[in-house]
Design a protein around this ligand. Sequence first.
Ligand code: GDP
Ligand code: MN
Length: 344
Amino acid sequence: FSERKETLDDGETIIYHKDYTEDLVRENATLFSLVRNGELYDMLRTIRNFEDRFNQFKHYGWIFANDEKFTESFQNQVKNLCSGSVTFVHLPEQMWNYPEFIDRAKADQARRKMQRQQIKYGGSESYRHMCRFFSGVFYRLEAMKKYRYFWRVEPDVEFKCSIKYDPFEVMRKENKMYGFTLAPLELHTTVPTLWNSALEYMAKYPERIAQDNNFLFLTDDDGKTFNMCHFWSNFEIGDLDFFRSDKYNHFFNFMDHKGGIYYERWGDAPIHSIAVSILLPHNRLKHFTSTGYLHKPNLQCDGSSEMMIENECICSPEDDGSWGDQSCIPKIYDIHKDWQRPWY
Ligand code: GDP
Ligand code: MN
């Protein structure tokens, strides 16, 4: 391949293009990671694994974003392990900050209180900027504009199995808009008013709610309360046209103005999960199985023993956390008659 460097207008986006001469059948898609300079080695381990398990055959490009400038050595080492084009984005200030309608004193107070209560990331300001970034911002990046699909990959995750097909192709061919692997339970202390805000949205805009949606996935009492089920967004394959749509942004803006991202600690995972579960028919959602996806402490290690061999899995089904009783995966198959459990 040949490599060429391009800098986008804002001067904060550097693209290293790799143009392959071999014929590659690929989707209009990109890999995406938000990562800090200090996570370099976690990121490198993940890139190496991801290339080994999937991307060496496809060479999809990879966008790395950071609220700080990536160091030269970060860029060089990351670029060296990626088999496709690589883009480094230094986020503009307004993508990593409070929206003007947030009362900062109130946000400070909320953080201090949650810190005292020892809620995970309860005292962290940057964690909330990160959650808002993934909830309502990342899909607006200049570098994302030309793509239809993204696959979110975090530093320090690992795929314990090979992925011998193209998940992006599956998304397009099966007309899917949101793909997930794991669905654990949210910490209820981080989202006390999230559910009421979502219910308020549904009551106010009934015409925006999809028929045949996935609402019942989120509740065990017909809507009264949130059961804390959510798609774990550290793995996420999505249709950017959906996230860029009025449908999604109208919902995001409503939730954003409620302030719970800062006054509580609403994550992008429950926000995305509620959005795709009420705004889309459930058949637009895709459960990717048998990937061996690990983001500690949760692992997906499922599939028949033939599949485990075929996919060269290095994990034990005994350690699978996706079908156990702490997981919401079984529920989605229980509530939709047309969802077939994948290998029984
Ligand atoms: P957790 O998975 O909820 O425990 O949160 P993580 O610490 O893994 O953060 C989620 C993602 O956002 C990861 O890809 C992190 O690298 C990234 N991230 C979190 N905080 C920051 C930050 O302050 N700056 C940058 N650049 N990335 C961040
Ligand atoms: Mn993480």
